[in-house]
Design a binder for this molecule. Structure first.
Ligand code: TK8
Length: 347
């Protein structure tokens, strides 16, 4: 009896030691392939601030579809909208901490992590979407994505937020004079803040997640965002006037936590990178269709629309020029000069 017991214990001991050593002769794989970052299934927790109706969320669902299909389920993507995981800045910090894997913020708050991103907040920088597309695909903009790696972030692609337009609850805005004293919420970005001060407004930086309530309670009189956001976030319920100021073209940055990205296999890294680009093309298409459509819908919901004449817009351009000159050194002269050069080449 004792001999049998000894035999059973020795067999158990050998199998426990074999398992601990990670070498599983039966499966023919070394422990490295089975365990560690290559063999386990992985989950991408992806959050955005806009709601489930916005093209940005439809783009994120496209990313999810591509990644889950191409990795055959080895990577799954859990998607969160409407600021469920926080605002742009706090979600970027979550990526740095490794508690979230993907966020797609506007470039404005990204400038708090890599100052050169503020180049995209220069008012009236891009003349149209076609030039913006070419420059964002160009050397300087793509190079900025690489700079995110110093912040434990990996920039995978630019998506589109779009041309930003002004709304408010007080009065129709046809020119700078009409902006005088309006309490306008801006994104958390010093260049936005200083530009709106120059235009005569009284700006307040605020996270997007707080914006609807602030408009509803009158903490601020107005805000600025593309028509798709104004409509889909139902700002028409708390805003009466919209003007086509088109004062900034705002890109989104699809970014991933670098610690998570580095833990992917080379094949998986290629899949998520290509998926971010492909889903971005899908999002951009939907976003342009939406922005073209929603100005009409905003007026149907009772907002008054005021066209900004070329002369009135030129007055705004001239007014913010000193801010642009001041920020050129803060952003990085090389970056600013390179973007302006690429804009001229793209026209
Ligand atoms: C949503 C924001 C939004 C942006 C803003 O998370 O903050 O006004 O335009 O789209 O990124």
């Amino acid at each position: 009896m004792k001999k049998i017991l000894a035999l059973v214990c020795s067999v158990l001991l050998i199998s426990v030691l074999a398992a601990c050593s990670g070498n599983d002769s039966a499966s023919g794989n070394s422990g490295d392939e089975e365990s560690g970052s290559n063999g386990e299934s992985k989950v991408i927790k992806a959050g955005i601030g806009l709601n489930q109706d916005h093209p940005q969320y439809k783009g994120l669902l496209k990313f999810k579809e591509i990644v889950e299909e191409k990795t055959d389920g080895a990577i799954t993507v859990d998607t969160y909208h409407s600021g469920q995981l926080g605002d742009d800045r706090s979600m970027m910090e979550a990526l740095q901490l490794g508690t979230q894997e993907v966020v797609i913020p506007s470039t404005a708050p990204v400038a708090n992590f890599v100052k050169e991103f503020s180049v995209f907040d220069i008012p009236f920088l891009f003349p149209n979407e076609e030039v913006a597309d070419k420059v964002l695909a160009g050397e300087t903009a793509q190079g900025l994505l690489t700079k995110l790696e110093d912040q434990n972030l990996v920039g995978l692609a630019y998506w589109e937020n779009g041309f930003r337009d002004l709304t408010n609850s007080k009065r129709a805005v046809a020119s700078m004079e009409d902006m005088e004293g309006l309490k306008i919420r801006t994104m958390e970005n010093d260049l936005h803040l200083d530009a709106f001060k120059k235009l005569g407004a009284n700006p307040t930086p605020m996270a997007f997640t707080e914006l609807f309530t602030a408009l509803q309670q009158g903490t601020v009189d107005g805000q600025e965002n593309p028509y798709a956001t104004i409509y889909l976030q139902k700002f028409y319920e708390v805003q009466n006037h919209v003007s086509n100021t088109h004062h900034i073209y705002s890109p989104f940055v699809f970014m991933m936590s670098k610690s998570f990205y580095d833990g992917l296999t080379e094949e998986q890294q290629t899949i998520v990178r290509e998926a971010a680009v492909e889903a971005g093309e899908h999002e951009r298409k939907l976003n342009r269709e939406a922005n073209a459509k929603y100005l009409e819908d905003l007026q149907e919901e009772g907002m008054t629309y005021t066209e900004i004449t070329p002369e009135a817009r030129q007055e705004m351009v001239d007014a913010v020029q000193p801010v642009i000159d001041e920020y050129k050194s803060k952003i990085g002269e090389d970056t600013v000069d390179a973007i302006y050069k690429e804009i001229e080449e793209a026209k």
